[in-house]
Design a binder for this molecule. Structure first.
Ligand code: ZN
Ligand code: ZN
Ligand code: FE
Length: 762
């Protein structure tokens, strides 16, 4: 019997080869009808034999193209019609409907094979792509996702490309960035010196490779911005790059030729290999092999390396194994210290003048800048340090419809979040808003996301901190557009973020352990070591680290030795010159610091866990001054001797956690010559024990058996692993982050979900 069905699918189903897939599947089962894109997804009308229809519907789900993601598939019975054939018909635009847009995708196997096939017409063409791979969100200017609305609009397809683009059975059918050497973008090379000759195409690539082999630094335009590249095996090149970038000790990311090369420098487990090779191609933080022969300035004072695999055709050409070219390159974001990544040709020339010796440019414009994502692997799953290229703007989907919310996020590592329907669109990494360029990216990024996802916020959620630039934006906009403003306390947002990340969909409270560097508290103090009991809509602060004075306020974070001194002062421990943190401060400065503390001049109080890590790191002489964020804590984690199981004691008075005896015990261990590695391990174990103890107490008090861990301190892999293992052993269900970073990059998601439930509760 011939039957008729209407099928509507939403999810990531456009720009991923979905219609050709439907087309060939329909042909296979002799169905007639049509398929089309709409602004709400993909619509199908099909007529055919009952059995065939069943197989068709089944395979729609199980054989869907690799980049697609079906969130919803609705089948309706309809009357049959007299179609002659199955066709792909014109897209339909629906008001107010929207579909998620695919993030950028690394080059696929088919394209890679063509890239190195001399008989292919795209042989060695750096912009080869298809419906399964290539740029997406970074080139989108407007919706629908169609070539004229991307930065590919400037390139007119040649007859050959057009034929592929229009052939439903070709893997480049409606691949918007499709191009070839005849009609598409091109690369060229320019030496930095003014009289340098511009070199084009293959010669440009070889010039860049020549520069790198000679130990020079090349700025290379990529997918989401420029990288600064040099030979990572050449100590002088690495040292020069560090000097020119004036970038402290912050580790450089590396690009390795392949997984085998990754194994040469790092330990790579199977799930880490999977992550490295995943389509998003993030930077993966891996443990460095002790025998890895790489210059130490790549990642000073740490035992890990951030590795990524090539992800564009250009990267594969660049790292080609010919002429003894190095198998590993430094590929660090091209920027000045903490400024955002450079992404236009003109800006690159200006900003990177004096840093790069040469430039490998191309003329496919980047519409939205995107940094590389930084990840690690935990229990076989991804754990984000920075969520950006390859992941954003993939939404997080919820069972329930969300209110229309814009959440403006935090001040540092900013991301923002927009909700529409069942989706929360967490933006790519924007950066530190105190930087003017970054602030502009924030202010321009929000309307761009609102436009492409057709999100119209009725509610704006922001941090409670009145001076965050993201909060000011929220305040101004809510006034100008008469939108409801909901400020969310920073650590409450962290808790809501990790709840959202675990698809928690009730108002039920859980035990939240939020450890980070800084967040504005409801009492106006700087919070950061918080045990809270709460859910999306409300929270109670149950325990927190003892308040300690932060001399000079947040400026103190550059000087862990001053934080250590303040901690000692607070607990009445002598400033002995045998303590490295004290001896590293000049006599005059020390006197000044003392009177500052005594007179309580500009010494805001903090309960920050991040500052406790800083203090301990300085106290034992590991890191007394830092030149990048969280350096003291990162190096303290690196020092952990995992064979040490001891821990220090701490005290709890009412809701306050005191570290008086812990600090004294650390000093004793230090005086008695205990290795730094032992002290660091004991300290980490103490924080784990503290978490276990207080979760137990809160569980007894509330009956709750769920613990949620959020905040930047939970990016400490040793602490996270050992705490989650112990909590689970005690029978707790533990929520950790999966799709959003544990640090302030995840705040916006939490703000959005908290606001959603607060509004619902009203
Ligand atoms: Zn491809
Ligand atoms: Zn062409
Ligand atoms: Fe935070």
């Amino acid at each position: 019997m011939i039957i008729g069905r209407k099928i509507h699918i939403n999810g990531i189903v456009q720009g991923v080869g979905f219609r050709p897939f439907v087309y060939s599947l329909a042909k296979r089962y002799n169905l007639t009808g049509w398929v089309r894109n709409s602004t709400a997804g993909v619509d199908i009308v099909a007529n055919g034999d009952e059995q065939d229809m069943e197989s068709f519907l089944h395979n729609l789900k199980v054989m869907a193209p690799p980049l697609s993601q079906i969130d919803n598939l609705i089948v309706e019975e309809i009357a049959t019609d007299s179609f002659r054939d199955f066709t792909i018909i014109q897209s339909e635009a629906l008001e107010d409907e929207f579909i998620p847009i695919s993030p950028d995708v690394s080059i696929c196997k088919d394209c890679l094979a063509e890239l190195f096939d001399p008989s292919d017409r795209r042989y060695r063409y750096p912009f080869i792509n298809c419906t399964n791979c290539g740029p997406r969100f970074t080139i989108i200017k407007d919706i629908p996702y169609d070539r004229p609305f991307t930065t590919m609009a400037a390139f007119k397809m040649c007859a050959h490309c057009k034929a592929e683009y229009e052939d439903p059975l070709n893997r480049r059918f409606h691949a918007q960035p499709v191009a070839c050497p005849e009609c598409g973008p091109q690369i060229w090379f320019e030496p930095a010196k003014k009289d340098g000759q511009k070199i084009e195409k293959e010669e440009a690539l070889q010039a860049a490779r020549h520069y790198i082999r000679e130990g020079r630094i090349v700025a290379i335009k990529g997918l989401g911005g420029f990288h600064l590249a040099c030979d990572a095996t050449n100590p002088q090149a690495v040292e020069t790059l560090r000097l020119r970038k004036r970038r402290s000790d912050k580790p450089f990311a590396l690009m390795v030729r392949d997984v085998e090369t990754a194994r040469k420098y790092c330990f790579v487990s199977l799930s880490q290999e999977e992550l490295l090779e995943s389509r998003a191609r993030p930077i993966v933080i891996l443990d460095k092999r002790p025998d890895a022969e790489l210059p130490s300035p790549i990642a000073p004072h740490v035992k890990t390396l951030g590795l990524m695999l090539p992800y564009t055709p250009l990267h594969y050409l660049l790292l080609e194994k010919v002429d003894a070219f190095p198998d590993v390159l430094v590929m660090t974001s091209a920027n000045l210290s903490e400024e955002p990544i450079v992404f236009t040709n003109s800006n690159a020339k200006q900003t990177l003048d004096g840093i790069a010796d040469g430039f490998l440019f191309h003329d496919r414009d980047i519409e939205t800048r995107m940094d590389d994502s930084v990840t690690t692997e935990l229990d076989g799953r991804i754990y984000f340090f920075r969520r950006s290229r390859g992941y954003a703007p993939s939404p997080i989907r919820f069972k329930q419809k969300l209110a229309n919310i814009l959440a403006t996020g935090a001040e540092l590592k900013n991301t923002f979040c927009l909700t529409h329907g069942n989706y929360a669109f967490l933006s790519h990494h924007i950066g530190d808003l105190e930087n003017l360029e970054t602030l502009r990216a924030f202010e321009e990024g929000i309307p761009h996301y609102e436009h492409v996802f057709k999100a119209k916020p009725d509610i704006i959620a922001c941090d409670m901190h009145p001076d965050y630039l993201s909060s000011r934006y929220a305040h101004e906009r809510s006034r100008a557009e008469n939108l409801t403003l909901i400020p969310i306390q920073h650590h409450h947002a962290h808790l809501a973020s990790v709840l959202a990340d675990n698809h928690w969909d009730t108002m039920e409270p859980v035990i939240g352990v939020c450890f980070d560097g800084t967040g504005y508290g409801t009492d106006g103090m700087i919070w950061g070591g918080e045990f809270i009991y709460g859910g999306y809509a409300q929270f109670m602060r149950k325990f927190h680290l003892d308040y300690m004075p932060l001399p000079g306020g947040n400026a103190a974070i550059h000087n862990p030795n001053r934080i250590a001194a303040a901690y000692l002062w607070k607990y009445g421990i002598d400033w002995s010159s045998h303590i490295p943190a004290i001896s590293s401060i000049q006599k005059d400065a020390l006197d000044l610091l003392h009177s500052q503390l005594e007179k309580n001049l500009n010494c805001p109080l903090t309960s920050s866990m991040g500052r406790l890590f800083d203090a301990v790191s300085a106290l034992i002489g590991l890191r007394t001054a830092v030149n990048y964020e969280a350096q003291a804590a990162i190096e303290l984690e690196n020092a952990v001797d995992e064979c040490v199981h001891d821990a220090y004691a701490f005290e709890i008075f009412d809701s306050c956690i005191s570290f008086s005896s812990l600090l004294k015990a650390i000093l004793n261990d230090m005086y008695s010559g205990q290795p730094i590695e032992t002290i660091s391990a004991k300290f980490h174990n103490s924080i784990r024990n503290l978490t276990l103890l207080l979760c137990d107490r809160l569980s007894k008090e509330t009956g709750c058996r769920i613990v949620a861990l959020s905040g930047g301190v939970w990016q400490n892999r040793y602490l996270l692993r050992s705490t989650t293992a112990e909590l689970r052993r005690k029978g707790f269900k533990v929520f950790i982050h999966h799709d959003a970073p544990a640090n302030d990059g995840g705040i916006a998601l939490g703000q959005a979900l908290a606001a959603n439930y607060i509004i619902k509760g009203k």
